[in-house]
Design a protein around this ligand. Structure first.
Ligand SMILES: NC(=O)c1ccc[n+]([C@@H]2O[C@H](COP(=O)([O-])OP(=O)(O)OC[C@H]3O[C@@H](n4cnc5c(N)ncnc54)[C@H](OP(=O)(O)O)[C@@H]3O)[C@@H](O)[C@H]2O)c1
Length: 333
């Protein structure tokens, strides 16, 4: 298989570091790795036993790159991704900047690999969207979906490295009886739950909630009504989601369990009698989307409840991005 010259923009961040781990874990064919961030600042990253110096993205030599993972900020993607693409680089973007651009495919390989066309820039969805569509796609295909209502319980790592430090510090301050000074979020996150993961937008829904609505519709290619409440909780890694769906066709709960158990990227963890329900700690560090609490609604016959949990840094970000390139490579072969 052809080895690729890979760049990571945001190589010092949480997602960038996870991409480095995953390239190694999956034995991805890397000819060279270029680590980019705002500035080098004398920093380096470790890749397969090698120390790679971090360089400023400003000075990147795009002609020497085949594939670039952008895991930085919307501003960095807006500014540098089109430049990289013009130099023939295939860009997989983890920021939200290009996601709703009609000319840019928004891809989850288990769900819509066919959406990858000729675009040099491919967007990877928001972490909370990815895990939800992986679990809902088999139900959509089999039964059709007419309504989705989702409430999320999102880990602080979804906000980046600084937020993890904030949760550690605030937890220590609270346990030691010191005043808790919020920093990453407007109010303390330790021992708390914040019913806004992002800025408020249209109709009093937050940006994160609109992403769940709009990105799901784009990926499924249908105007499915998706209403979301996104909540930040004091968990370090893995987002959980309580999802309610209504189906077009009738279902048997046992069939739903069986369907999900055979679905790509999904593991069913659903035996309440033995306490088997998915948790963020179970999901952290692995790539599968865990689904449990599968049950019919008490009052709506074609209503179904699910609890969906996945590692936001892996399947929600780094793994999905690497899988997009693997999908492309299978076409290039
Ligand atoms: N965390 C998640 O669960 C998650 C999930 C899905 C998508 N994402 C998206 O992935 C991206 C990275 O998130 P993260 O959690 O890894 O954040 P992070 O831990 O805060 O890391 C941000 C990285 O981006 C770099 N960066 C920031 N601005 C830059 C610029 N203008 N030019 C070049 N590099 C720049 C930083 O470099 P310096 O070290 O030089 O500052 C750092 O390497 C974001 O777009 C985020 O929305 C995150």
């Amino acid at each position: 298989m052809k080895e690729l010259r890979v760049a990571i923009v945001g190589a010092t961040g949480l997602v960038g570091q996870k991409i480095i781990d995953i390239l190694t874990e999956r034995d991805f064919p890397v000819r060279s790795l270029t680590a980019l961030a705002t500035e080098g600042h004398g920093r380096s990253v470790d890749f397969r036993g090698q120390s790679i110096p971090v360089q400023s993205v400003e000075s990147a030599d795009w002609d020497s790159i085949d594939v670039a993972f952008f895991a930085a900020s919307n501003e960095a993607s807006q500014r540098y991704a089109p430049v990289a693409a013009r130099h023939g680089v295939t860009v997989v973007d983890k920021s939200s900047y290009f996601r709703m651009d009609p000319s840019v495919p928004l891809v989850v390989p288990e769900v819509n690999p066919g959406a990858i066309g000729e675009s040099r820039i491919i967007a990877s969805p928001n972490c909370s969207t990815i895990q939800m569509v992986v679990a809902l796609e088999p139900l959509r295909r089999q039964y059709g979906l007419t309504r989705v209502i989702v409430s999320t319980y999102q880990a602080v790592s979804g906000t980046g490295r600084e937020a993890m430090d904030t949760l550690r510090r605030e937890t220590r301050q609270a346990l030691e009886g010191q005043p808790v000074i919020p920093s990453t979020y407007p109010t303390p996150i330790a021992f708390n739950a914040l019913a806004y993961c992002d800025k408020f937008g249209d109709e009093d829904y937050t940006g994160e909630e609109w992403k769940l609505t709009r990105e799901t519709q784009k990926i499924f290619g249908e105007a499915l009504p998706v209403s979301a409440t996104a909540v930040r909780v004091p968990v370090f890694v893995s987002h959980a989601e309580s999802v309610y769906v209504e189906t077009e066709k009738p279902f048997a709960v046992e069939d739903v369990r069986e369907l999900l158990a055979g679905a790509p990227g999904v593991v069913v963890v659903d035996d309440p009698s033995r306490g088997a329900v998915p948790t963020p700690l179970d999901a952290a560090g692995q790539d599968m989307v865990l689904v449990g609490r599968i049950r019919r609604d008490l009052f709506v016959d074609q209503g179904l409840h699910l609890f969906i949990v996945a590692d936001n840094l892996r399947k929600g970000a780094a793994t999905n991005a690497v899988q997009i390139v693997e999908t492309l490579m299978s076409r290039w072969a």
